[in-house]
Design a protein. Structure first.
Length: 197
């Protein structure tokens, strides 16, 4: 148990670090910064996917339209949102304010997103001490809905917390995605229960 006088000091230190991180932003040491992002697609992309793509790129500093990080960022967002076979071309760029430093640029990406992958199966592996049905009740991933990797990662953490609540403090959970019948996927939670404390 921590002595009481140390608790306020530690709390203040944590708050100071948190506010310093949130208020400080790295300056751009590149010629451009993304001020707007558009996806050009053959079929409509849902609004949440467009919003997630913009959130991942707006304010990002970059070297130019051939900067590989731009394409990688868009591909990662699309894959995290269930478009596992998405192809993204280098963007076209329009300067929205050439006099600023860095120059503000609007980016348009041509995207061939393919089919969005629904979750067909949720597999729980490595569990001996907690029933799979009980584990499934704490996962955010639902059968039939489109794959959302943020929910998969959050579910892995929640499974760890469930084990922790049952006295297993060294449990680890790895998540994986496998194609069952394209475009449908199987989400796998591989559990290493570890010893009970």
């Amino acid at each position: 148990m921590m002595p009481r006088p140390l608790l306020p000091v530690l709390l203040c230190a944590v708050l100071a670090l948190t506010s310093a991180k949130s208020s400080s932003q790295e300056p751009c040491n590149t010629p451009y910064i993304a001020s707007d992002v558009t996806l050009s697609t053959a079929t409509d992309v849902p609004r949440d996917v467009t919003a997630a793509t913009k959130a991942g790129l707006i304010g990002q500093c970059f070297q130019g339209p051939t900067d590989a990080n731009l394409v990688a960022s868009v591909q990662q967002v699309l894959r995290d949102m269930g478009y596992l076979r998405a192809n993204v071309a280098a963007p076209s760029m329009t300067l929205s304010n050439a006099s600023s430093d860095p120059q503000r640029a609007a980016l348009t990406f041509t995207v061939h997103q393919g089919s969005r992958s629904p979750v067909q199966e949720i597999e729980i592996a490595g569990n001996n001490l907690i029933e799979a049905d009980q584990i499934r009740t704490v996962t955010q991933v639902q059968l039939g809905e489109f794959l959302d990797m943020s929910k998969v990662r959050a579910s892995a953490l929640t499974i760890q917390k469930l084990y922790r609540a049952n006295g297993f403090f060294k449990t680890s959970v790895k998540e994986g995605i496998e194609f069952s019948r394209a475009p449908m996927v199987r989400v796998v939670f591989q559990i290493n229960e570890g010893p009970r404390s």
